[in-house]
Design a protein. Structure first.
Length: 175
């Protein structure tokens, strides 16, 4: 649907897009399907449906943050997920910001939230967005020069939005 995110943020994009909301497809449900997605992407399998539910919930927290980074509730939820996976921040031997893992850190959600914390707040990270269409919410990397894309695909979500606006204007009686 769009350009891929830089390598350091690609996991965030891939995890969020494991659910194609527009088509009602979720590669992380049920457990067997989640384990197929995890193995295909180099992650260990989950041992219970409860863990798959948690992974889906964490994915949606990440997506919620990408939908509106300024929303205090979205930031709070993302911070809570981060704290489940990562402990105190520290400067590593190379002089970079690093995090100490908790027992839950080895998961795509833990790695994705770490990538957001380390790279998602810089200029390239600001280009990682969720489609403005409430039915879609596909996560995409905005490679446009102006960094103001709203839709994952102008020919699908953007066109639907414009058509709805047009029809609403037709239905509105003149003043």
């Amino acid at each position: 649907m769009s350009d891929e995110a830089p390598e350091k943020l690609r996991l965030v994009e891939d995890l969020c897009n494991s659910a194609t909301l527009l088509h009602g497809v979720d590669e992380l449900a049920p457990l067997a399907q989640a384990n197929e997605w995890l193995q295909r992407n180099g992650w260990p399998s989950l041992d219970s449906e409860q863990h798959a539910v948690r992974l889906r919930q964490e994915r949606e927290v990440i997506r919620g943050f990408l939908i509106d980074r300024s929303d205090p509730a979205a930031r709070h939820a993302l911070n809570a997920v981060f704290q489940q996976h990562w402990a105190a921040a520290h400067i590593d031997d190379a002089g970079r910001l690093a995090f100490s893992p908790t027992e839950y850190a080895v998961s795509p959600a833990g790695a994705a939230v770490e990538a957001l914390m380390l790279h998602g707040l810089d200029m390239s990270g600001q280009r990682l967005k969720a489609c403005a269409s409430e039915e879609c919410r596909w996560v995409f990397y905005d490679s446009s020069r102006s960094r103001n894309r709203t839709w994952c695909d102008m020919n699908i979500c953007g066109a639907r939005h414009k058509m709805r606006q047009y029809r609403a204007r037709l239905d509105t009686p003149p003043v």
